[in-house]
Design a protein around this ligand. Sequence first.
Ligand SMILES: Nc1nc2c(ncn2[C@@H]2O[C@H](COP(=O)(O)OP(=O)(O)OP(=O)(O)O)[C@@H](O)[C@H]2O)c(=O)[nH]1
Length: 287
Amino acid sequence: MTIQWFPGHMAKARREVTEQLKMIDVVIELVDARIPLSSRNPMIDKIVEHKPRLILLNKADLSDEHLTKEWKKYFEQLGHAVLIINSQNGKGTEKIQQVCQQLASPMIEKMKAKGMKPRAIRAMILGIPNVGKSTLINRLASKRTAQVGDRPGITKRQQWIKVGKQLELLDTPGILWPKFEDKETGFRLAVTGAIKDEILDFQDVALFALTYLKQYYPNRLKERYKLTELADDNVELFDQIGKNRGFIMSGGYIDYDKVAETILRELRSGLLGRLSFEIPEKNLKQT
Ligand SMILES: Nc1nc2c(ncn2[C@@H]2O[C@H](COP(=O)(O)OP(=O)(O)OP(=O)(O)O)[C@@H](O)[C@H]2O)c(=O)[nH]1
């Protein structure tokens, strides 16, 4: 399976982001706490090179609490500032302004040393589609500042949102596309709903989810689908779940489509508890 975004779209998005970055002091990178590496653009380090960066692990209400803390440590070890947040109810977002200020303080000090008047810090949000960029912007928007006139290199007018006294946020987030570097990245994106089910075969996605749950969350799987044992064989496991739920077609066959759809729907709606689909230790070893 190789999925590629149209290269023209990617190049255009990257160009736009690069252009906008010229007027930005701090980059706020939004990732999905359940899949922090798979939900970021692998070129991000190159694209935002030389800018202080705050990584936000968003949708933390859905992610495994323990693993999310591990991921925070992982990114901190790489030298980034990190916050765990829920953009929907605002939990954790109250610290964003303060951290951005800390990140920008060397720049502000330099300005002061040059005799320039200190100004509000300018930030922009970057992230892949569906990661929660608009939700976060709406959450942070206390009031919009007046339109800022054209700044060098920018032809269209930019709207800035005031976040507290010291931070201005660009009202349009930068979209960077994820990259399917391997099959698992695609499945992780699909299982968390970051990409549409039609892109991948949803039975394959459900199989990925089931295999993953069996390995990392066996008890939740047993509890949810009332299984005393988890069959080693995945077809058998699909059969067990189908039987328990009564997904039987005429002729006594299990309706696998219904089993697959049920697993994905239930895990996405939180009925299997808070889940993460990427393990930091594994990735630490790989790097
Ligand atoms: N549970 C939960 N859902 C969230 C959170 N943040 C965003 N969402 C949901 O995620 C979905 C996508 O959010 P958006 O804010 O539209 O994402 P976006 O990054 O702006 O998406 P694009 O416009 O496609 O680039 C929406 O259904 C949001 O309600 C969060 O912290 N927790």
